[in-house]
Design a protein around this ligand. Sequence first.
Ligand SMILES: [Zn+2]
Length: 405
Amino acid sequence: MNLALLERVAGDLRTALADYEPERITGADAARMLQGFAEIERLGAAGKLLSARRVESSNIWRQTGHRSAAAHLAEATGSGIGPAISALETARRLGSLPATDDALRGGRLSETQAKEISGAAILQPETERELVEAAGQQSLAVLKLRCRRVKAAGADQKAAYDRIHNSRYLRNWVDPDGAVRFDAKLTPDAGARLLAVVKVETARLTTAARRVGADDTPTGLAADALVGLATGGSAASVPGEPGDSRIGGEDGGPSRRGGGPAAMVHVRVDHAALRRGHVEPGEVCEIPGIGPIPVEVARQLATDSILSVLLTDGVDVTSVAHVGRTIPAALRTALVERDPVCVVPSCEVSEGLEIDHVRPFAEGGPTALHNLARLCHWHHYLKTHRGYDLVPEPDGWSFRPPGSG
Ligand SMILES: [Zn+2]
């Protein structure tokens, strides 16, 4: 590779483009041309990244009067400083990732793909080949997801989660038009819960808007939904608040306290990881569409009534276990039949009974009749928060205080 060759290639391309008239070629040819230019773009990105690394290490950027190598790159490419910093990070990682470097030089990776792969593979080099292969076969969205999983498995997930939690915020300001604007940063689980209730309420408002022929935009209705939910104008059901350990209403269906929506947050987690308490390489614990969460957070959510957990074994969903408000009606009916009063011996409470997973869901206890029991609020509290145990006996249950085996 030398500069004269590069200038000749660029010159040829410039000449060819000067009289390129895409309107005069067929769609099929246009598609082939598109592919060709995309490859040139990828090769260009490869040459750019490799050169940028040398620009940085050589300190030539100082002599050209730039504050940093990134500033030099930003000016040379007409990009922003943010993308330039990110490109330099990618360029540096390529030095220790031979398969990625090779695929990039071969025109098989775009800059974005190289950035995603290198960011993950630098933490877990044994995943590099598989990620490079995936880039050739799967969409960028899928590749990004795989890279996020690799990063999550390699990183201290709890620490990453805590960093987000510690830097969470809700800010608001008034813009020059006089509109009130918001920006928020939330943990993935908090965000998923919020989005789930907003989504359900938005769907309700959309139906109502259609009925009267209003032409509100989906994002406009989502804004109405958020305001309605937050101000109680449209009653929100936010289950799982302190003292509410109910996992099912007595009406047999999803409870809608105050008429608000019953929203579900889905978590996809490997059964083994849920039991173990952390993910190992190849396993996932994530909120689909949002991203990985620590298993500990998933466990906390598992006691919450708005969670549904997809238990997976690798990529296949082996079972869908719903906790809380989605205990199937038939199961609920069978429970009401079997447990007319709190199952704790000598407790006669029959009102407001709550359904308990005898072996906690987070520990692998199934949502099945043999693992469910109806308890009064007090006994449910003792079992959930005070270490009491509900133990099956031939003729019912025994309720044992902590430490009694
Ligand atoms: Zn009781």
